[in-house]
Ligand binder design. Sequence first.
Ligand code: COS
Length: 392
Amino acid sequence: MVDFTLTDEQKDLREMAHNFADKEIRPVAWEYDRDSTWPQEIVEKAWEVGLMNAELPEEYGGPELDMLSGCLIEEEMGWGCSGIGTSLMANGLAATPVILGGSEEIKKKYLGMLTEEPKLASFALTEPDAGSDVGGMKTRAVKQGDKYVISGSKCFITNGSHADWYTVYAKTDPDAGHRGISAFVVPKEAGVVVDKKEDKLGQRASDTALISFDEVEVPADHLLGEENKGFKLAMMTLDRTRPGVSAMAVGIGRAAFEFAADYSKERVQFGVPIAMHQAIQFMIADMATKLEAARLLVYKSAVLLDQGQRNTLASSHAKRFAADSAMEVAVDAVQVYGGYGFIKEYPVEKLMRDAKIMQLYEGTSQIQRLVIAREVLMPRRIEEPSKVGVAA
Ligand code: COS
């Protein structure tokens, strides 16, 4: 049976998230974008009202929300400001490999840290010379007795300057390609250095940093899952987080769509509001259809996970389509505004800049197409979670 009805709890949660986005995020979003302001006080408020760490299990102090509920929150955060939203949601990306592969002690310590206080964690996979090609990473982790010694650098790390701990991927067998990567929890105080905060085109309120590790030591029990199975842990993580970022893309598109639809009813040309012109109506109609379709793909990719099913294909469909749609809708919103759309005094140019990153982070639109093509052309059996040393 296919049922598109949200539960009362999900509707309440969505309303709460929407009100938060409307009252706490929207009023400062354009100013924070302009100045690239880190939204510390919004992080604290969102943490306080329970909008962060949605996926963390109850036993470590989290709300353990289903994936669909998490996506409802992410869409509203994207609607409010996806830069601030990304800052609020990035803990999920760092925490997922810990949920999947951490020992009981590690989960208690590091997941507990996020639920006891408004602290942050970052996911550190990408490197200056290894973006889409994860297997090409150079960061090394060398086992020495009961510890690992990590050296290398990671770039484009969301919340990298503010995180208390990081999920770090490093080569434990440098000659084994993707089969030589392992994942670790690395606390900031172990010696993680923040080298640079990036100055970005969009999502300017989010922090994106270059970080490095110079012989940083972590105890051996900070390994997540089995040694040399980190690549799979990263892929399993992205399967679980892509529905959420896709929902954030829907939120950006929805914001752009609403601004454009409202403006088209006010702006008069040739004696009538431009919404009366078919040229504009067709753009508005296409924007609405793209958002509706993107949201359905997001929901499907989340619900499959909630049902305990593999969602690799569904989450790449959702990410590819929601990201590309957000970009197209935002570009069209600028078009509906005409010349005013290009002016910073009007709201939509920010959304166009913000939407661009959705086609780049958590796997570019091209990588999603690659995954989709592989899944539909040569479907393969993926190893059981227990075989990579992680929870199902
Ligand atoms: N879940 C579990 N295992 C998976 C998996 C998944 N979703 N996808 C792939 N695997 C496994 C494969 O089964 C394969 O296993 P074996 O080693 O047993 O053969 C292994 O992982 C390697 O898979 P594949 O051959 O597909 O690896 P590639 O090197 O070709 O890389 C892509 C695949 C490009 C899809 C991957 O590197 C990727 O997702 N890159 C983008 C990374 C990204 O999103 N970066 C953004 C940073 S996070 S903000």
